[in-house]
Design a binder for this molecule. Structure first.
Ligand code: GLY
Ligand code: MN
Ligand code: MN
Length: 521
């Protein structure tokens, strides 16, 4: 659709004009489809005669009450520094078409924003005299309808992409002080040299350069020398998300709930998937439709892996057939409007019944899930112990089946690890705004840390017997199983599977498929 609305490429007068000018620059060529009316009469007319704006939907958002506590955490770590947290900009997909905007998760967490109207916005946490910081949101507020942006800017203009909030509306929604993005350079340069600046470097290269310019002019550490300072900020922004507040817990529960609905859609789609040459895409589409209807979209690309494709861990081509008698492994999560995501895997028998050997592999993985959950439930559990508990079960089962070339005890030692041939990935990761949340946290805060109330993480063991794996008996080859649940640590230290309603035992999965498909008839 882009930029078609004002096209007059068939107008002979315009074409003559183009010819007369001679060769065009590459930039000019990009604008060829659309020639903007430039007459004063047009400008005057398009800026006039619009009805009043309806601001009745503008209200303080639920998350606004949770922001001060998040800001205080930042202040405790960096009491005197000016902290710069950009949302990031639009990314070009090709020519004048951009990818859908998704703000950097640190920006989302500190601002509570999650929409598509904040590309190029920047949060600045400014240290204040009485202690703590004032967090100010710099962004491009809505332009007036008499501005050229209104009708002519396909990236930001209201006529093209919808209205952004005004400064006042944004203040109402977030509870933050808001300022025009044009005032950002001065705000960054204020008291140059007296305040240390730190920036989330990877969020927006333009803002990183701007901050660096200020640091350089003020005689502060800059360029690569400032990287360690900036990385301390990124690390803190990651670590402060390790324990979710009440708002975040609700949002993740919602994401899991909608993801469950998406899996129902997957089950409904199975008969059509079986009849389609690219049945995996049918499954992917069924989930994606629900994700978009009920949430912002997908938290990550859906893995819909039937048969041997399940043994390609990040199979997102999803262009294979779905055959009766096979298992289909689906790893999918809905990202809700607040941008929190679920991360769920279920491995489903395409025709509704597990074969004996499929159930054998499935139950080994399920036992590993249970062992991991039990480990997590023990007081004082260290994050890495969850994986270790799952691996014990996996190694034991492989030993029982005569598949392991060494005893399980030897495989489980640091110098063994042979069982990892069949499960090369980790068992758990933190989950939240990012599917692999808190990825910049230090090891002592993540892998080596005790579980704390509010932590949300996955348990996702698997077994993957590739079709060409000569180290396993033939009957196991081509079977891949993963079961993934999302877990929360409660205030009393116990853990709960947030996804406990999504069936996962052999019997429950079979009954689930039968029920959903019967409902569809
Ligand atoms: N879906 C990615 C993961 O399970 O980590
Ligand atoms: Mn997953
Ligand atoms: Mn996962």
């Amino acid at each position: 659709m882009h930029n078609k609305s004002m096209s007059n490429e068939n107008d002979p007068e315009v074409n003559k004009e183009v010819e007369a000018k001679g060769p065009q620059s590459m930039n000019e060529r990009g604008a060829m489809r659309s020639r903007r009316p430039a007459s004063e009469a047009f400008r005057k007319f398009i800026g006039s005669n619009w009805g009043p704006r309806d601001d009745s939907g503008v209200q303080r958002s639920e998350v606004a009450d949770f922001l001060p506590a998040r800001h205080q955490k930042l202040s405790r770590t960096f009491p005197a520094d000016r902290l710069v947290i950009p949302a990031g900009g639009l990314k070009v997909r090709n020519n004048d078409c951009d990818y859908r905007f998704r703000a950097h998760s640190a920006f989302v967490h500190i601002s509570g924003l999650g929409g598509e109207k904040e590309p190029d916005a920047v949060l600045v946490a400014e240290p204040v005299e009485e202690g703590g910081h004032e967090v100010v949101l710099y962004f491009k507020p809505r332009a007036s309808r008499s501005s050229e942006e209104f009708y002519a800017d396909s990236r930001y203009g209201e006529f093209w992409v919808g209205a952004r909030p005004s400064l006042e509306e944004m203040e109402t929604m977030t509870g933050l002080r808001c300022a025009h993005i044009d005032t950002l350079p001065d705000a960054l340069a204020k008291d140059a040299g007296q305040v240390q600046l730190r920036v989330v470097r990877e969020a927006d290269s333009n803002i990183t350069s701007m901050v660096d310019q200020v640091r350089k002019q003020a005689g502060l550490v800059h360029g690569e020398d400032a990287r360690p300072l900036d990385e301390e900020l990124t690390q803190e922004l990651s670590e402060m998300r390790l324990c979710k507040d009440a708002y975040e817990r609700d949002q993740i529960a919602l994401a899991v709930n909608v993801t469950y609905q998406g899996f129902d859609e997957i089950i409904r789609s199975l008969p059509r998937a079986v009849g389609h040459r690219r049945g995996e895409r049918v499954i992917e589409g069924a989930f994606g439709a629900r994700a978009r209807e009920e949430g912002n979209g997908l938290g990550y690309d859906t893995i819909a892996a039937s048969g041997n494709h399940a043994n390609t861990l990040h199979w997102i081509d999803n262009d294979g057939p779905v055959r009766p008698g096979d298992l289909v492994l689906v790893d999918a999560g809905v990202e809700v409007d607040s941008l929190y995501t679920a991360d769920i895997t279920r491995t489903l028998p395409v025709d509704g019944k597990f074969t004996e050997v499929q159930a054998q592999v499935y139950n080994a993985v399920l036992d590993a899930c249970e062992a991991a959950l039990e480990a997590a439930n023990k007081p004082g559990c260290i994050f890495r112990e969850i994986h270790e508990a799952a691996m014990e079960v996996i190694a034991q089962r492989l030993e029982e089946w005569g598949v392991l070339p060494v005893p399980a005890s030897e495989a489980l030692s640091a110098s063994g690890q042979q069982h990892r041939r069949w499960m090369p990935h980790g068992t758990s990761h933190h989950l939240g705004l990012d599917v692999h949340d808190c990825a910049q946290a230090r090891q002592e805060m993540y892998l080596d840390a005790k579980l704390e109330p509010g932590m949300v993480f996955t348990i996702e063991p698997g077994l993957y017997f590739r079709a060409d794996d000569l180290a396993v008996p033939e009957h196991l080859r081509g079977i891949g199983v993963r079961i993934e649940d999302d877990i929360i640590v409660n205030d009393d230290g116990s853990v709960t599977r947030i996804s406990e309603d999504i069936p996962r035992t052999v019997e429950d999965v079979e009954a689930w498929i039968a029920r959903v498909q019967a409902e569809g008839k």
